[in-house]
Design a protein around this ligand. Structure first.
Ligand SMILES: Cc1cc2nc3c(=O)[nH]c(=O)nc-3n(C[C@H](O)[C@H](O)[C@H](O)COP(=O)(O)OP(=O)(O)OC[C@H]3O[C@@H](n4cnc5c(N)ncnc54)[C@H](O)[C@@H]3O)c2cc1C
Length: 376
């Protein structure tokens, strides 16, 4: 098979782009370094936009065991307040979502090469993109999509994270009383060094995912046990939620160096950067998956319309800039002690604040033509 497009990374953005391209008759090879999907650090919140895009790709999350979410609760110190979510939302483990996406990619007719990392992606003097795997095998095509998520490929790196964020995810079995309290809710808990989200996911589990600055983690002794104790001290609401909870993983999954606020400025001819390789929005928005799907959809539309990759990347950047900057400003607010103290109070007296923030920090839909896979 003669490749038209190589896609590096078989997560949300890579699979979404692969399915859309294959449904539009393109010969695609996708590379995914894992043999089977694994747990990933993610709050696993699926926004309304994400649900719509997944549906258009043939993925109905309700059949995969997704849990509907109806409201958001904000807790800082001893205060908590809640507001209804202004859109349909759900939660689903990344393992289930990534499994469905890879299955959909194979069904769409994409050649999927799994179990090896792409070591390099270079543009040859012929103008073709060449992806070279760990075992030295290489593949060539005129176009490549870079969708490696948080992993940077040599020569295509993103800037360093100046704040040294550290993120963790742990599944808990909550006590029956706390499971009932959390039903239908996505809870955001705030600390002096970051924030965390807790929400129900399938099979009666709760996902607790947090992001903290490195000095806060250091003051907790650079150990998970110290960190979770410190966060519960900072936010007694979290302590209440986790009382009697049983951790379901031997140790939390962790990642470091998350370049929040990154928006790729430019790219090379024939190379479309999507997902976290295009933009990294602060995690509290719960919008990263939606952005991964959105950037995949726009990149495929641009490729099909024969728009150049640098033009695509520049347009994407200017379309996303306002939402990204607003989300960053809101994230800074969450890290400000005064804002943290008054936020739940504000939400109680003005519940619309959460709805407004949720709307403003979401990505606006593009005017670009919609590729076939997303057009149902
Ligand atoms: C703490 C935290 C919480 C978050 N919570 C949420 C949330 O609740 N809701 C939400 O919508 N978003 C959330 N996000 C963001 C979301 O997880 C990401 O934005 C989204 O997964 C990006 O999709 P992607 O396709 O770019 O990357 P991924 O889905 O991570 O996919 C990248 C894939 O590329 C593969 N890969 C990497 N390198 C190579 C290589 N060299 N060769 C081959 N394959 C490779 C990886 O194995 C992976 O499967 C959160 C992020 C963080 C850090």
């Amino acid at each position: 098979m003669k490749n038209e497009v190589l896609i590096v990374g078989g997560g949300v953005a890579g699979c979404a782009a692969a399915i859309a391209l294959a449904r539009n008759g393109r010969a695609v090879t996708l590379f995914e370094r894992e043999t089977t999907p694994r747990h990933k650090v993610c709050g696993e919140f699926l926004s309304g936009e994400a649900l719509e895009d997944l549906h258009a790709l043939g993925i109905d999350v309700s059949t995969l065991g997704a849990v509907p979410l109806e409201y958001v609760r904000l807790a800082a110190a001893r205060r908590a307040a809640e507001a209804p979510l202004p859109f349909k939302a759900a939660s689903l483990t990344r393992k289930s979502l990534d499994t469905a996406l890879i299955a959909g990619t194979i069904t769409a007719g994409v050649r999927v090469v799994r179990g090896q990392s792409v070591k390099s992606l270079d543009r040859k003097t012929t103008g073709l993109w060449q992806a070279t795997l760990e075992d030295g095998t290489s593949f060539e095509a005129p176009t490549a999509f870079l969708a490696t998520g948080k992993h940077d490929l040599r020569g295509h790196g993103r800037p360093k994270d100046p704040h040294q964020w550290v993120a963790f995810k742990m599944y808990y079995q909550l006590s029956p009383a706390q499971t009932a309290e959390l039903k239908g809710a996505s809870e955001l808990t705030l600390y002096s060094g970051g924030y965390g989200g807790i929400q129900p996911v399938e099979e009666g589990l709760a996902n607790f995912c947090c992001v903290v600055k490195q000095p806060y983690f250091a003051r907790a002794g650079l150990r998970w046990e110290g960190l979770i104790a410190r966060m519960q001290q900072d936010c007694p609401h979290l302590a209440m939620r986790l009382a009697g909870a049983e951790p379901q993983l031997d140790k939390p999954i962790a990642i470091t160096h998350i370049p929040y606020g990154f928006l790729r400025r430019t790219t090379d001819e024939g190379l479309y950067c999507i997902g976290d390789q295009a933009a990294v929005i602060p995690s509290f928005t719960g919008d990263g998956i939606s952005i991964a799907l959105h950037t995949a959809r726009r990149a495929v539309a641009s490729f099909i319309a024969s728009e150049s990759a640098p033009a695509f990347q520049a347009k994407l950047r200017s379309a996303m800039l306002p939402q990204m900057r607003l989300a960053e400003a809101a994230a800074n607010g969450l890290n400000n002690p005064l804002a943290r103290a008054i936020l739940p109070f504000c939400l109680r007296v003005w519940p619309g604040a959460m709805r407004v923030t949720a709307r403003l920090t979401r990505v606006t839909q593009p005017a670009a033509p919609v590729p076939q896979a997303f057009a149902n």
